[in-house]
Design a protein around this ligand. Structure first.
Ligand SMILES: NC(=O)c1ccc[n+]([C@@H]2O[C@H](COP(=O)([O-])OP(=O)(O)OC[C@H]3O[C@@H](n4cnc5c(N)ncnc54)[C@H](OP(=O)(O)O)[C@@H]3O)[C@@H](O)[C@H]2O)c1
Length: 300
C-alpha cells in the first residue's frame, strides 16, 4: 500500500520532502502551514496534495513535522489536540536534529508511534535540499515499532537510514551545525582572504579554495583528521604562524579569532601526532601573542 504522508511545515525541508515524495510510490496528502498561502505554494511546487487542516492529519500513515525548532512542541501539541477524537494509528516524526523524542512526551495513544528523521543534508532552499538528500544519511530515532516505517520513509526520500540511540541530542546538533554551517562560513572567509591577497583571478581563487577544502575533507576521511593535518602548525613553524597573524591583523582583523581558534585545535592534533614539546610551546606562544600588524589595535 502506498504510504500516505502529510507534512506540517511547508518550509525548505517540508517542501523538499514533498517534492521528492510526490515522485515516489507514496501519496502526498499535502501540507499544514501556518498560513494557508504557504501551504498552497508548497502544494503547487510539488504538484501533489492539498492544503490541509490539523484535523486532516488523522488520515495519514506518516505525519512529518518540519517546522522550526522553536515551534515544534507547540505544533505537535496543537496537532494532538486537533486529532484527539480520531484515534487512528500512524507514525508522527519530526525532522529536527536538535530534539529527540521528548517533544512527543505525554501523547501516548493506542497505535500511534513517534520518531525523528534528521536529514543530514543542507537545505538552503527546497531544490538544493532535494538534490542534497540523494544518498545522504537520515539519522533515525524511534522505538522498534516505529523504525521500520521510518526506514521506509527515509528510503522513499532517497536517504540512507541510520538508526541512532538518544545520546546528547544538543551536542549532536552542535556538531552538525559546526560541520555544515561552520564549513560554509570558513569557505566564505577563505574566499575573502584570497580576494584581499590579490594575484589570482576570481575563478582561480575559487579553485584554490575548493581544492584545499576538498583535499582536507578527503584526507580526514581516509586517514583521520590527526594524520591528515599538514601545514605550519603540524611542522611546528611558529615563525610562519606569527607572520600569518600579523598579515591577518593588518588586512582582515576579523579573521584573527577564527584563525587562532582553528589553529589551537590544529595544535592539539599536531601534539597528538608527536609534535615535540618545545615546538608546540613556541606555536602556542605565537598563537597567544598580539600580532605585529595589530599593535595598538584591538583584534580580539
Ligand atoms: N534547513 C536545514 O538545512 C535543515 C536540515 C536538517 C533538518 N532541519 C530541520 O527541519 C526543520 C525545518 O527546518 P526548515 O529549514 O525547513 O525551516 P523553515 O524553512 O523555516 O520552515 C519552517 C516552516 O514551518 C512553518 N511553521 C511554523 N510554525 C508552524 C505551525 N504552527 N503550523 C504549521 N507550519 C508552521 C513555517 O511557516 P511560515 O512559512 O509561515 O514561517 C515554515 O514554512 C527544523 O527542525 C530544522 O532543524 C533543517
Amino acid at each position: 500500500m502506498a504510504l500516505r504522508v502529510a507534512i506540517v511545515g511547508p518550509g525548505r525541508v517540508g517542501r523538499a520532502f514533498g517534492r521528492r515524495l510526490a515522485r515516489q510510490r507514496a501519496t502526498l496528502l499535502g501540507f499544514v502551514g501556518r498560513q494557508q498561502a504557504s501551504a498552497a505554494a508548497a502544494v503547487a511546487g510539488c504538484g501533489a496534495g492539498r492544503a490541509l487542516s490539523l484535523a486532516d492529519l488523522a488520515a495519514a500513515h506518516c505525519v512529518v513535522f518540519a517546522v522550526g525548532d522553536g515551534e515544534l512542541r507547540d505544533c505537535v501539541a496543537a496537532a494532538a489536540a486537533a486529532t484527539a477524537a480520531a484515534g487512528r494509528p500512524g507514525l508522527w516524526l519530526h525532522t529536527s536534529g536538535r530534539f529527540g523524542l521528548e517533544v512527543f512526551a505525554g501523547l501516548a495513544r493506542p497505535g500511534l508511534r513517534f520518531g525523528a528523521l534528521h536529514p543530514v543534508a543542507p537545505f538552503p532552499d527546497e531544490g538544493t535540499g532535494e538534490r542534497a538528500m540523494a544518498g545522504a544519511p537520515a539519522v533515525l530515532l524511534g522505538g522498534p515499532d516505529g523504525l521500520p516505517l521510518l526506514r521506509r520513509l527515509a528510503r522513499l526520500l532517497g536517504l540512507v537510514p541510520i538508526a541512532a540511540g538518544p545520546g546528547d541530542r544538543l551536542l549532536y546538533h552542535a556538531a552538525c551545525a559546526l560541520a555544515a554551517n561552520g564549513l560554509t562560513a570558513l569557505r566564505a572567509l577563505v574566499d575573502e582572504l584570497l580576494a584581499a591577497a590579490g594575484g589570482l583571478a576570481p575563478a582561480d581563487a575559487a579553485n584554490v579554495a575548493a581544492a584545499l577544502l576538498q583535499g582536507a575533507l578527503r584526507g580526514s576521511a581516509e586517514l583521520g583528521p590527526a594524520a591528515a593535518l599538514s601545514g605550519p602548525v603540524r611542522r611546528g613553524d611558529a615563525g610562519t604562524v606569527a607572520a600569518h597573524l600579523g598579515a591577518l591583523a593588518a588586512a582582515a582583523p576579523h579573521a584573527v579569532p577564527a584563525y587562532r581558534a582553528l589553529m589551537r585545535a590544529a595544535l592539539d592534533l599536531a601534539v597528538g601526532r608527536g609534535l615535540g614539546a618545545a615546538a608546540a610551546a613556541a606555536v602556542a606562544r605565537a598563537l597567544e601573542a598580539t600580532p605585529d600588524g595589530a599593535r595598538g589595535a584591538d583584534c580580539g
